[in-house]
Design a protein around this ligand. Structure first.
Ligand SMILES: Nc1ncnc2c1ncn2[C@@H]1O[C@H](COP(=O)(O)OP(=O)(O)OP(=O)(O)O)[C@@H](O)[C@H]1O
Ligand SMILES: [Mg+2]
Length: 264
């Protein structure tokens, strides 16, 4: 599979007075059409990485190529243009707009990007709702539906423009395991049908094991990156249990990639 996202020596540093390096020179690619699960402990840099590869935030240093275009320079206008046209987002907390119905919320990305949705787009939204099992709540407001239903509305909203890329940060984080598995199931099926690439942060190993690739971050570095089908599910489980990156196995400072553009 060809890569749709490639980062090379990616560094992210926050703060000028007390700079904190959060990503220490990551080099990693994401295959087009694949589902990648990003795992790792709290504070390891998962959201920071997701924000950069989804063009919500720019790298401090390093190369960032998305869909064949070089975004390393951090041109925020180019970021916004690409995002609006080709990217869908699903967050842990869905951020539905309370004054709009479920169906209207799903159509919001179309309104923002392209204006009033024509009949076929409304039809697509309804089809997505049917597949996600939420058509019956189409005219309800977010405060009238359950958390799982709200999350499925957010999934439909992320997919309605048929984006090339979908980023999900803990999309099942506030759902019980069963609803989480159901949302993931529908999401991955629809993503395969549309040929979309999905990068998803999750704390849930069982959910991660359903991905094509698992990428583990520890302390802003890549600890593991493997294809589940290539290593087999049993070995993938053992790899997830392996904690060698957490203690003595971190490479010595001399081997760490240099931070380009850092303070003199
Ligand atoms: N805007 C910011 N300014 C300063 N530090 C930040 C900023 N955003 C994130 N950080 C720091 O970067 C580190 C990585 O944060 P990040 O949100 O990427 O972690 P995470 O792996 O997503 O964690 P979690 O699983 O808790 O969501 C943390 O130490 C965090 O405090
Ligand atoms: Mg996070």
């Amino acid at each position: 599979m060809a890569d749709i996202i490639a980062v090379r020596d990616l560094v992210k540093r926050f703060g000028d007075v007390v700079p904190t390096v959060v990503l220490h020179g990551l080099t990693v690619s994401f295959e087009r059409g694949a589902l990648t699960a990003v795992i790792g402990p709290s504070g390891s840099g998962k959201t920071t990485l997701l924000n950069i590869i989804s063009l919500l935030d720019s790298p401090t240093a390093g190369e960032l190529v998305v869909d064949g275009r070089d975004f390393s320079a951090g041109d925020i206008n180019a970021y916004a243009a690409y995002r609006n046209a080709h990217v869908g987002f699903i967050f842990q907390f869905h951020y539905l707009l309370p004054e709009f119905t479920a169906l209207e919320n799903i159509l919001v990305p179309h309104w923002i990007g392209r204006g009033r949705p024509p009949g076929d787009v409304v039809g697509k939204a309804r089809t997505l709702m049917t597949e996600l099992g939420i058509l019956h709540i189409r005219d309800k407001y977010p405060n009238q539906i359950s958390g799982g239903e709200q999350q499925r509305v957010a999934v439909a909203r992320a997919l309605v423009n048929e984006p090339r890329l979908v980023f999900a940060d803990e999309p099942t984080g506030n759902l019980d395991r069963e609803s989480g598995a159901a949302v993931l199931e529908v999401m991955s099926r629809m993503i395969r049908e549309l040929g979309t690439t999905l990068v998803m942060v999750t704390h849930d190993r069982e959910i991660a094991l359903k991905a094509d690739r698992i990428l583990e971050l520890v302390d802003g570095r890549i600890c593991k990156s493997f294809l589940v089908a290539e290593v087999g599910e049993d070995h993938a489980r053992r790899l997830l249990e392996d904690r060698s990156c957490f203690a003595d196995d971190v490479p010595p400072p001399a081997n760490r990639p240099k931070t380009r553009g850092g303070p003199a």
